[in-house]
Write a protein that binds this ligand. Sequence first.
Ligand SMILES: [Zn+2]
Length: 81
Amino acid sequence: MQLAPTKPPDKIRVLCTKCRVPFREKIRNIREGVQVQCPNCNKLITFSTDSADLGVQRAFTEARRIKNGMMLSINRSDGTN
Ligand SMILES: [Zn+2]
């Protein structure tokens, strides 16, 4: 018996390329032109598909993967990757 329905994650892990500490950010914030601040080192991270920041690129890929997974079917992956 399930206590709560399984929800797709609404946050993904973003790796800060300055301090190398991952933090969680809402998927809806992972889009062109949005700026977030690393909670660890306060570096301002701008999400852009043109970004050379590997953490930003990975966040885009992950966000797209989850959005696609929500539309297709139940994703068995638990996100450990
Ligand atoms: Zn940082």
